[in-house]
Design a protein. Structure first.
Length: 74
């Protein structure tokens, strides 16, 4: 049976600039598309988007949050 690993990506702020964060790591991206393409190159697939305003336990409540998955390497 296939097993998966999951990651959350969201938009944060650092020194007044918006940054993309995935699993606690800053991404070198300027747009959502760039951030998703960077993660896609590592095998991550977008599976859900939590829209702004939905209460969910991540640091940024006012921006969309993205759930991604990829096959777990054995």
């Amino acid at each position: 049976m296939q097993k998966w690993e999951y990651m959350w990506m969201y938009l944060s702020s650092e020194k007044g600039q918006q940054i993309f964060v995935a699993n606690g790591q800053r991404l070198q991206a300027q747009t959502y598309s760039e951030a998703l393409n960077i993660l896609g190159e590592d095998g991550w697939e977008l599976v859900a988007v939590i829209p702004p305003g939905i209460k969910f336990p991540t640091p940024m409540q006012g921006s969309p949050q993205f759930c991604l998955k990829r096959p777990l390497s054995t």
